[in-house]
Design a protein around this ligand. Structure first.
Ligand code: TXA
Ligand code: MG
Length: 320
């Protein structure tokens, strides 16, 4: 039993939308990473996401929608600053956590009264969402399409490597090439009076604070909200990840282009700038696993812009 790998033709996207409507799974590309989607209102479909990922049931899923007009179908008491953020950065790599409406059932929210919502900026994802909504669907629940705790997939081949043995032959993987950004969305908690960043991403602190004018210091990345991205082993390849240490012979090595490769190490990635670092990071960690390396040393980039998100993921990947 293996999922179907389909090219994103009009016909195949239509077929994928039908799959979702009948409670089956579709893995699809987004600009951040690939998502494993099910109709967010079909309990059996959403339950399969948890089974296929091996993810604990109390970890909430992000619901993907096609346009801002759908925001108050899923959320209630939406603060003005959340509308402002949505208008500024959607479609885009940003997830808003809001109070859930009656539609936001426990099986999607992990029994919380909040809901995570996002409009992805990817043509295939948006076409799939529109087709799905035309058939009566209201939102696609989709976590990253990897096994729980593992590295997020940034290509259809990565999805098959992660989940191929766990998906069935009625499930679909849409092949949309490489994800343009390569790192998961910025998650912003919009429940309190001011926004809190729960997970950094391509929408940066400065971009958020240019929209929401508050006289507070940039917050630390912390919150009481249950949040699987805060678990110790996360975003982790099989190889052990070490940050900013002297490598030993045989180690994998990831660092900016200008940093020379230490003797007897396996250079996995040499990005020329931080955007390229984000784009290729997960593929390079996977490459280390494909080469059966037991250790990967990463020299972390400067923590500005998307560099903050890269450092966040690398710190988590190294904690195990
Ligand atoms: O870029 C992304 O966000 C990708 C693409 C597919 O959209 N999705 C993604 O989903 O990264 P996932 O499930 O792998 O990570 C979402 C994180 C999880 O750690 C989850 O706990 C948190 O968002 N989350 C979702 N809903 C939440 C909520 N209501 N309150 C707090 N955290 C929430
Ligand atoms: Mg994930």
């Amino acid at each position: 039993m293996h999922p179907k790998l389909l090219q994103p033709t009009e016909k195949n996207i239509f077929k994928s939308a039908q799959n979702l409507i009948s409670g089956r799974l579709v893995a699809f590309p987004t600009e951040t990473v690939y998502g494993l989607g099910a109709s967010a209102t079909i309990e059996s479909g959403v339950n399969r996401i948890y089974e296929v990922k091996g993810r604990p049931k109390d970890h909430p899923l992000i619901v993907h929608i096609s346009d801002i007009a759908k925001l108050d179908i899923w959320a209630r008491e939406i603060p003005d600053f959340a509308w402002d953020l949505a208008n500024a950065y959607w479609p885009g790599p940003m997830t808003l956590i809001l109070k859930g409406s009656d539609l936001a059932k426990d099986f999607v929210t992990g029994q919380q009264n909040t809901i995570g919502l996002r409009i992805p900026n990817n043509k295939i994802a948006l076409t799939l969402l529109t087709e799905f909504e035309n058939m009566g669907g209201v939102g696609i629940a989709a976590p990253s399409a990897n096994r729980f705790g593992a590295v997020s997939p940034t290509s259809a081949v990565h999805v098959l490597e992660e989940l191929g043995n766990h998906l069935g032959d009625t499930d679909i993987v849409l092949d949309g090439g490489d994800s343009e950004i390569g790192i998961e969305s910025t998650i912003i908690d919009c429940i309190s009076l001011a926004p809190k960043i729960l997970r950094p991403g391509a929408i940066t602190y400065d971009e958020i604070y240019s929209i929401v004018q508050i006289n507070e210091q940039k917050p630390e990345i912390q919150s009481d909200i249950k949040f699987s991205g805060r678990f110790d082993s996360h975003y982790s390849p099989r190889a052990k990840v070490f940050l900013n240490v002297q490598p030993i012979p045989g180690d994998g090595y990831i660092a900016m282009n200008e940093i020379a490769t230490p003797k007897d190490t396996v250079r996995l990635f040499s990005p020329k700038n931080i955007d390229e670092f984000a784009y290729g990071l997960y593929a390079s960690l996977r490459e280390g696993d494909a080469l059966n390396l037991s250790r990967i040393v990463v020299i972390t980039p400067t923590g500005i812009g998307i560099g903050i998100a890269i450092n966040d993921r690398l710190k988590k990947a190294s904690e195990k």
